[in-house]
Design a protein around this ligand. Structure first.
Ligand code: G3H
Ligand code: ZN
Length: 283
């Protein structure tokens, strides 16, 4: 089926007070697993490629994006394609190629004024090309190996009044907020601030995005969606499943050399993880 624009997938679930999951693609197997998991449970999903994944592919977006788009188009599930955590303005300007309908422009490391300025410029650029733009206010943390941030440090959690001003001043289509999750958690032990999520939902007119969802337990995810989260970003959980399956296979078959032997169970483990998260996020 043709790719579905991210904005359309979000609008559909938002009108039903639901959410859509967005999964990070690193390899072809990730894309295949996301499509397989979505088909298995009959749910929509978003395939997203981060700037870090582009760096892993030698700085070339085109090959991995073309592969993900081809997998998504060949799927019977409604799938969208999103460019994630873009810091580089040069990469941002490739976002309307290869089937991307949306981008997350990440200026969250800048101070408030510089974040607003850079994001407003990214939104202007995106909207001229029909691109849906997500941005981040507050600091989710945990990316690129940085230690988890102390959620009680001022400026780490997203402030509702500041979020309202930020959305008005930048024109973003969706807002990633810091409410207690952190990137790259391999255990699902995060506790979210659901009162803050509700306050943010009431303060801003755009959908809210939860980053670092791999570390959030199922019940916390359900409560976060009930409180107002609309896009649920999941990356590390797929890698945990993938690498665990590879490790198990190689331990049981130390002489194996054909990568297909361990990539088959690894891809299947990711598909199972995708299917599980999709049933939690969009029951
Ligand atoms: O943007 C991607 C996500 O925030 C993924 O975070 O790898 O901790 O699930 P995660
Ligand atoms: Zn993220």
């Amino acid at each position: 089926m043709p790719l579905v624009p991210t904005g359309e997938l979000i609008a559909r679930v938002r009108s039903a007070d639901g959410a859509v999951a967005a999964f990070n693609v690193i390899t072809l197997e990730h894309a295949e697993a996301i499509a397989a998991g979505a088909e298995r449970v009959g749910r929509p999903a978003i395939l997203q490629i981060s700037e870090n994944a582009v760096k892993f592919h030698g700085g070339d977006l085109s090959a991995v994006a073309a592969a993900a788009a081809a997998v998504a188009r060949a799927s019977s599930a409604p799938l969208g394609l999103h460019l994630d955590h873009v810091v580089s303005p040069d990469l941002l300007r490739t976002a309307h190629t290869e089937g991307f309908s949306s981008v997350m422009f990440d200026a969250s490391k800048l101070n408030y004024g510089d974040n607003v300025k850079a994001t407003a410029e990214a939104v202007r650029w995106g909207h001229e090309r029909g691109i849906w733009v997500e941005a981040e206010l507050g600091r989710v943390g945990g990316k690129d190996g940085e230690p988890p941030l102390d959620a009680h440090t001022p400026g780490v959690r997203t402030d509702p009044a500041e979020a309202a001003a930020y959305v008005a001043d930048t024109g973003v289509d969706a807002l990633a907020v810091a409410v207690g999750s952190t990137h790259a958690m391999t255990r699902r032990t995060a506790t979210l601030d659901h009162t803050l999520i509700t306050a943010l939902r009431d303060a801003v007119p755009v959908p809210l995005v939860l980053h670092g969802s791999s570390g959030v337990p199922d019940d916390e995810l359900r409560a976060a969606i009930a409180a107002g989260m609309t896009k649920i970003n999941i990356g590390t959980a797929l890698n945990t499943a993938f690498t665990g399956a590879v490790r198990d296979h190689l331990a049981a078959h130390p002489d194996v050399v054909d990568p297909r032997k361990y990539l088959v169970p690894a891809r299947e483990a990711m598909a199972g993880t995708v299917a599980h998260f999709l049933t939690v996020v969009s029951p």
